[in-house]
Design a binder for this molecule. Structure first.
Ligand SMILES: NC(=O)C1=CN([C@@H]2O[C@H](COP(=O)(O)OP(=O)(O)OC[C@H]3O[C@@H](n4cnc5c(N)ncnc54)[C@H](O)[C@@H]3O)[C@@H](O)[C@H]2O)[C@H](O)CC1
Ligand SMILES: [K+]
Length: 486
């Protein structure tokens, strides 16, 4: 089962791996043609009703594979209105053949498709709302005909996001004026809600490599990327160390947060502030975190809907770890847990949404797998996260993000990132993304951004860069890289 948003991300990852969307469209169209051949006698007539998006593009490809049939392709709208380059290229290619192609620009000119088989390629996953004209009239005509109706990807009018919780009105997945299909050829994986229709569903393999789902790529980044600045990061850290909380707090700002607060003992608050004027340091009495501070910290974080980063530079004093535990027992919002605070997560009762970011040593101490090869231990890690009940982003040469059911591996990065502080940076990036994205999505994209930032810096500086050097690459990766195709 795959959602529309995830499908788009996987598509983009596939393109980055060298499998272009146009190649996928060729496979999709081929699969549709196969379904038509299964449903139609050799002397049957076929009508393809195509929209102006990529769903229509799939059908232009299918038409090329159906030359031996009495096949007519009807484009709803002008060719100049075809919305994507790859669909237009396939339209042009079809027009160069002997195929029977027509355009209908006015819904009143749409005639009852007099064919044995109708291919519904008006709208796919790009739909929003009920069908508008001319698609609405065409759908009525298709539903009134006796033809076998084969839908491309989804029946036009079907919106996998409706009725699945993201639509507060609880609208049915298939619009009232949508196409009633006999068969559906859907691509790559089942779509939520499709099996509730009475149609026969075929899932066609269109050649998306498994790596596009397994390894973090630009598609994962797009899903988690903030589209502006909002939110507050609240770093609870510092005491024995001062650099770590400052780095994490700056990384959150570089990842789209509006404000970054650091709550720190007054013995070190001035030092933390002195690293960066962009931070707002809120001191409390003493030289380390103790349980007396917990109520105030929870109150602040909850009141402002902060994304918390708990751990950087806190140290391992018993009282400090007890305070970290008490904080998480009352806090109910999102938080990234790093460094020494990770030790309190096993056996913890919390309503908070956590992303835990252990390195090899911290992971072993939490009871996770002891290994240098996280990818090889991915199944074990998934089980560990399932038992823990929280998202784990395990840091190594390759990073592994898992929520206990889904696991993604991030291979981005460079040997120079073994330098101290890159983990603090990662915690801040994940927090910035957690403001908008789900915890697994934020963890996966965060690892990818951190890794890409290292790769970009290494091109200029070799492996001698510092974690603080990577700060300014973070927004470059988040907002400037991979922007083509927008
Ligand atoms: N890996 C893949 O998933 C692949 C999928 N392919 C096919 O591409 C479509 C999705 O294509 P897309 O261009 O994003 O969207 P559509 O064709 O569904 O529609 C685009 C177009 O429609 C207009 N529109 C939106 N809502 C309505 C409405 N209610 N009434 C009328 N018109 C509407 C809007 O203007 C949109 O721009 C996917 O389903 C697959 O079939 C590719 O083959 C590549 C691989
Ligand atoms: K369709």
């Amino acid at each position: 089962m795959i959602t529309g948003e995830r499908m788009a991300a996987v598509d983009e990852n596939a393109a980055a791996l060298g499998v272009t969307q146009k190649q996928l469209m060729e496979s999709s169209g081929n699969a549709v043609a196969r379904a038509v051949r299964d449903a139609a006698e050799p002397d049957s007539s076929v009508a393809i009703v195509a929209g102006r998006g990529n769903n229509g593009g799939d059908a232009f490809v299918a038409a090329r594979f159906l030359e031996s049939y009495d096949c007519t392709t009807i484009l709803l709208g002008r060719p100049s209105a075809i919305g994507t380059e790859i669909a237009r290229e396939n339209w042009d290619a079809l027009e160069n053949t002997d195929a029977d192609v027509r355009t209908v620009t006015d819904s009143s000119a749409f005639e009852h498709p007099d064919a044995d088989v109708v291919v519904d390629a008006m709208l796919g996953t790009g739909i929003s709302g009920d069908l508008r004209e001319p698609e609405a009239t065409a759908a009525r005509a298709i539903n009134d005909s006796d033809a076998t109706v084969i839908a491309v990807d989804v029946p036009s009018g079907f919106d996998a996001d409706a009725g699945t919780g993201s639509d507060p009105g609880g609208r049915d997945a298939l619009a009232d004026n949508g196409v009633e299909a006999d068969r559906v050829v859907t691509f790559h994986d089942e779509k939520p809600g499709l099996e509730e229709l009475s149609a026969d569903i075929t899932v066609a393999d269109i050649g998306i490599p498994a790596a596009a789902e397994r390894y973090a790529g630009p598609g994962d980044l797009r899903v988690a990327r903030p589209d502006g600045r909002t939110g507050r990061a609240f770093v609870i850290g510092g005491g024995p160390y001062t650099g770590a909380p400052a780095l994490a707090a700056q990384a959150a700002l570089r990842s789209g947060m509006e404000l970054s607060f650091v709550s720190a003992p007054d013995a070190v608050a001035g030092e933390i502030q002195s690293y960066a004027e962009d931070l707002i340091v809120q001191p409390y009495d003493g030289d380390r975190l103790v349980p007396e501070q917990v109520d105030g910290l929870v109150e602040t974080a909850e009141r402002h809907d902060d994304v918390v980063i708990l751990g950087p530079g806190l140290g391992t004093a018993d009282e400090t770890l007890e305070a970290a535990r008490q904080f998480l027992e009352s806090y109910t919002g999102p938080a990234v847990i790093d460094a020494d605070a990770l030790g309190v997560v096993p056996d913890l009762e919390t309503e908070a949404t956590l992303v835990c970011t252990p390195n090899r040593r911290e992971l072993a101490r939490m009871g996770g797998p002891e290994t240098d090869d996280l990818e090889a231990a991915a199944d074990e890690l998934e089980e560990f996260a399932a038992d823990l009940g929280h998202v784990v982003l395990a840091k190594g040469v390759d990073d592994v993000a898992t929520d206990g059911e889904r696991t993604r591996i991030c291979r981005a990065g460079t040997p120079g990132m073994a330098v101290g502080g890159t983990g603090d940076l990662l915690a801040g990036i994940v927090a910035g993304l957690l403001e908008h994205a789900g915890p697994l999505e934020a963890a996966t994209a965060g690892a990818y951004v951190n890794g890409r930032a290292g790769e970009i810096r290494a091109e200029r500086m070799g492996q001698g860069f510092l974690a603080s050097d990577l700060l300014e690459e973070v927004p470059v990766v988040l907002w400037s890289e991979n922007d083509e195709g927008e």
